[in-house]
Write a protein that binds this ligand. Structure first.
Ligand code: ATP
Ligand code: MG
Length: 347
């Protein structure tokens, strides 16, 4: 556990600015006096691109490397062509800092708007592969824009890449009370990548005799996320399946306003990055309507990653208590929710 945190802050676009301010408020409130917090803000995202044409210059990439962790709000705006910021900034960061574990916990908090309210404990975590699959930009298009166009988007899977994320998922499953790990893929159709994932999953599993394992095709997994979510503990899956499954998980366990995530480099060679699952939500930006809870829970993941387990739990308990006591039918501003949680974690 570090006695100082040197944090890079990338508020980004739209509601990113608003929710990150609340995340920092709660972070400052929860840290003990003797932990020194230093923050440096980075101006990255749509405005920067409009001004300078830059997405993530090398100088800033180098500078980001020097931080213990990165807190990101949201990147993206309809005024920027699709893909420019996703590839030029978000994916560039993920690849440069080798964020091969994309961690997305799903927990059913009390008193939340969800079709699953009242279910027994839903508390699972998706470990999504972060650097391979169809996200590597490996593909192309021939005769673009013509009726004879052909486009490919290759899914890249390496034994090295699959083994390290599978191993991370086993470690996480082994450290949780239920010790259950489910592999999600589609190995009846995607036979090359699917069989490699399954073989590596089975082989690494021999080193974790206490972990119970299961395999589901991704289509079946979407059914069980809704009908039997309590059957899941830790899930490991590829980059694209993980992207889709975690939005579904967020929707069924309390909404996008609560879903936190971490882009993790488990070796510690590079800083890990924590961000809400949601995007910049231009439709509600600047109105004080955004729920900052997902960002505040991402701060909890950040603290846990840096060894501040006690403070991470304080934030998670504060969120659970805050939601439990929330008066039904009332709405609170972004600031009000941030203030309420800052007060709770400090007391
Ligand atoms: P991206 O491509 O960046 O993931 P998206 O198209 O998935 O973006 P979001 O920005 O996540 O879209 O927004 C989807 C919907 O959820 C919008 O209607 C938005 O207003 C709402 N939303 C997103 N985040 C929040 C939040 N923190 N609080 C309240 N509503 C939110
Ligand atoms: Mg989205």
């Amino acid at each position: 556990m570090s006695r100082s945190i040197n944090l890079a802050v990338v508020p980004g676009d739209g509601i990113g600015q608003e929710v990150v301010a609340q995340g920092l408020k709660v972070l400052a409130a929860v840290l003990p006096q003797d932990v020194k917090l230093e923050t440096k803000e980075y101006d990255l995202g749509a405005q920067r691109w409009h001004r300078t044409g830059e997405t993530l210059p090398d100088a800033e990439l180098d500078s980001l490397k020097n931080h213990d962790a990165i807190l990101l709000g949201a990147i993206g705006d309809p005024s920027v062509p699709s893909g420019v910021l996703e590839r030029g900034l978000l994916l560039k960061l993920r690849f440069a800092f080798d964020h091969y574990v994309n961690l997305r916990p799903s927990k059913l908090f009390p008193n939340t708007a969800t079709p699953l309210a009242g279910r027994p404990d839903i508390d699972f975590v998706v470990v999504r592969e972060g650097t391979e699959g169809p996200y590597t930009g490996n593909g192309g298009s021939l005769r673009t824009g013509t009726p004879a166009e052909v486009a490919t988007e290759v899914s890249l899977n390496t034994a090295y890449g699959v083994e390290r994320v599978v191993r991370d998922a086993y470690e996480r499953a082994d450290s949780r009370p239920r010790k259950k790990l489910t592999l999600v893929h589609k190995n009846n159709v995607l036979v090359y990548a699917g069989h490699m994932w399954k073989n590596i999953f089975d082989r690494v599993g021999q080193e974790y005799p206490e972990v119970t394992t299961d395999y589901l095709h991704v289509d079946a997994a979407t059914i069980f996320f809704v009908t039997q979510p309590e059957r899941f503990d830790v899930i490991v899956t590829d980059n694209l399946f993980g992207d889709i499954l975690t939005d579904l998980a967020a929707a069924v366990t309390g909404g996008i306003g609560l879903a936190a995530s971490g882009n993790i480099n488990p070796t510690g060679e590079f800083p890990s990055m924590f961000e809400p699952v949601h995007g910049s939500a231009p439709d509600i930006a600047g109105q004080g309507k955004a729920d900052p809870t997902a960002t505040i829970l991402s701060v909890a993941l950040l603290l846990r990653h840096l060894g501040h387990e006690h403070e991470a739990v304080r934030i998670e308990e504060a969120v659970a208590a805050d939601l439990a006591e929330r008066a039904p039918g009332t709405t609170r501003t972004t600031d009000e929710i941030g203030d309420a949680l800052a007060v709770r974690v400090a007391s």
